[in-house]
Structure formats: C-alpha cells, structure tokens
Write a protein that binds this ligand. Structure first.
Ligand code: SF4
Ligand code: SF4
Length: 183
C-alpha cells in the first residue's frame, strides 16, 4: 500500500464523537492489540484492517475511512466484536461507517459492494431475514453481472443453500418498524 502524507487540516476531530454516539461503543478505548484483525475472516479482501479503521477514526481520517473498501467488505459476522478485550463493537462501527458513507455520497467508488449491501438490507426489510434468491436477483439486476459466480451459484442451489421460497420470521413487523425508525 502506498504511503500517503496526511496534513493536520485533513483530520476531522468530530468523526470519533459521531461514530461513538451512533455505534454506542467507545472506539477511543482501542489499544491496538490487533485481536479484531487477526480473527477477521475477510481481512485479505480489505484495504485497511479493522484495527486500522479504528485507529483512523481516532485520528479523524474521515475521508479515508468513508471511502475505504473495508467497510463494504465487512460481513457483520461480529468475530471482531467478540474478540475485542475492550468490548468495542467493531461490527456495529463498520455498519455505522457504511451509513455515514452512503449519507456523505462517497460510496460510489465501491458501487457493486454498496449495491450488494442495499440488496441485503432490502431482503431483511421484507422478510425479516435474508432470502438469497431475491437478494441475488436484485443485486444482479442492478449490477448487470448475470454470468458472474454462476457456477458457484448453481452448486449452492443444488445443495439447498439457496432456497426458492422465503422463510419469513415471526417478528417481521418489528423489523420493518426498526427500518422505519432508523431512516
Ligand atoms: S481488538 Fe479491540 S482493542 Fe484490539 S485492536 Fe481491535 S478494536 Fe482495538
Ligand atoms: S464483523 Fe466485519 S470486520 Fe468484524 S470480523 Fe466480521 S467481517 Fe471482519
């Protein structure tokens, strides 16, 4: 990764407050032990490790954080959150950063990842949980990547990993209410 010089005027001191308030977690308590990053199953696909993102928030590197690939690659698996000795909810931080990135209109550089995120949330909003066929269909229509991952998709379908019909949960109304209240 190329080393980029950062000047003091580029640092945004309000980023830390904003993220801590929205994610309800104390990002400033990080002491860079790297336990989150060493457990992250997707770190190889990221441009910054989860611990680096946490450090960048503390430094106030708003633009770099909100434009990072990491926040869109994160699968919200919560491994990092579970491993953090300081109880920092890193998965929630990543989710918060995605929202900030969308609101700031800087998510376009990772357009397909953003579209996947939107298709994922749309399925959750409708069914209360992921309905893979619907999610994949929406993603493919928006990205026009119909043939991409076709082989692995067929294999998953044959093994019953992708179901034709949705399996809605009981609390669908409550989930929709959460979406409405957090809009
Ligand atoms: S596990 Fe927690 S304390 Fe350690 S680097 Fe990650 S966020 Fe910081
Ligand atoms: S929640 Fe995201 S950052 Fe944390 S371990 Fe999972 S994929 Fe990595």
């Amino acid at each position: 990764m190329a080393v980029k010089e950062i000047t003091e005027t580029q640092l945004d001191q309000s980023l830390l407050d904003e993220v801590e308030k929205k994610a309800h977690t104390k990002v400033s308590s990080c002491f860079q032990c790297l336990k989150c990053s060493s457990g992250c199953p997707l770190s190889r696909e990221m441009d910054y490790l989860p611990a680096q993102i946490i450090r960048m928030i503390n430094l106030g590197l708003r633009e770099e954080v909100l434009k990072s690939r990491t926040i869109w690659v994160c699968a919200s698996c919560e491994t990092c959150t579970t491993r953090c000795p300081n109880d920092i909810d890193i998965a929630h931080v990543m989710d918060t950063l995605r929202e900030l990135s969308l609101r700031a209109g800087v998510a376009e550089e990772e357009e397909n990842l953003r579209r996947f995120h939107e298709a994922f949330l749309s399925a959750i909003k409708t069914w209360g949980r992921v309905h893979e066929i619907e999610m994949i269909g929406k993603y493919k229509l928006k990205t026009r990547t119909f043939m991409e991952d076709r082989d692995i998709g067929m294999k998953m379908f044959k093994r019953g990993k992708i179901k034709l019909l949705p399996e809605p949960i009981k609390g669908r109304k409550a989930v929709r209410k959460i979406f409405k209240n957090t809009r």
